[in-house]
Write a protein that binds this ligand. Structure first.
Ligand SMILES: *[C@@H]1O[C@H](CO)[C@@H](O)[C@H](O)[C@H]1NC(C)=O
Ligand SMILES: *[C@@H]1O[C@H](CO)[C@@H](O)[C@H](O)[C@H]1NC(C)=O
Ligand SMILES: *[C@@H]1O[C@H](CO)[C@@H](O)[C@H](O)[C@H]1NC(C)=O
Ligand SMILES: *[C@@H]1O[C@H](CO)[C@@H](O)[C@H](O)[C@H]1NC(C)=O
Ligand SMILES: *[C@@H]1O[C@H](CO)[C@@H](O)[C@H](O)[C@H]1NC(C)=O
Ligand SMILES: [Cu+2]
Length: 171
């Protein structure tokens, strides 16, 4: 059962990466982008004219336990080089559970929510106010996860997603 779940996740991510790499190709200015149907779910044509975006992770849901962030990333991507991801979450208090943001080192640690070699990029107090801002300024896969409760928020709380930033083609 666990294996089946992970396999589905990998298939979905591969499908989404494949979609992204196609979306990132330069087909010349005469190309009609309306025709990218493919039936792969929602497709947002890249807006070539605008600069880096600031994206609130989870949209109006912010960064909390139980929201499907893999699905969110799939539906709200692709993300581009120099885009800023904003993680907003309540600071620890008597009636809220703390959250945080970690970068996991590779796909396997992401799939298993293994935090042993993860790097904390935002502590439980850094999600308040305007939130924690993270710029996608390297061309690499980013594996984000909440690090609280030793992987419980990542695994059961679904607080994880991956991003591979794309280059904008300006011509
Ligand atoms: C692009 O394709 C769609 C659907 O085939 C069509 O409705 C639209 O007019 C086309 N746009 C241009 C600019 O050719
Ligand atoms: C692309 O972004 C620019 C600048 O934000 C905006 O003015 C324009 O309407 C956008 N185009 C589309 C097709 O969304
Ligand atoms: C999140 O949503 C995706 C796409 O709808 C689904 O395949 C996946 O099973 C969901 N993840 C969890 C942990 O429920
Ligand atoms: C990203 O931002 C950095 C620093 O502002 C800038 O030097 C670089 O050219 C940008 N890269 C892209 C691809 O926009
Ligand atoms: C949290 O609870 C403790 C004890 O019940 C109380 O003294 C403290 O003022 C509370 N803190 C906040 C921020 O509500
Ligand atoms: Cu959390």
């Amino acid at each position: 059962m666990r294996f089946a779940g992970s396999t589905r996740l990998v298939i979905m991510m591969v499908a989404s990466l494949w979609g992204m790499s196609i979306a990132n190709m330069d087909w010349g200015s005469g190309y009609n982008h309306t025709n990218w149907g493919w039936g792969w779910g929602p497709y947002h044509p890249p807006n070539q004219t605008q600069g880096p975006n600031k994206i609130n992770v989870g949209g109006s849901e912010n960064w909390h336990f139980g929201f499907n962030y893999t699905e969110w990333a799939f539906q709200n991507g692709p993300f581009y080089f120099n885009d800023t991801l904003v993680f907003k979450y309540d600071p620890p208090s008597n009636n809220t559970f703390p959250h945080s943001v970690y970068l996991l080192p590779n796909l396997w640690s992401f799939l298993t929510c293994d935090l042993r070699r993860a790097k904390m990029i935002a502590s439980p107090t850094q999600g308040g106010g305007d939130g924690f801002h993270f710029v996608l300024n390297r061309w690499r896969p980013y594996y984000f996860a909440c690090g609280e409760r030793n992987g419980f928020h990542c695994k059961v709380g679904r607080m994880r997603f991956m991003v591979v930033p794309l280059f904008r083609w300006n011509h």
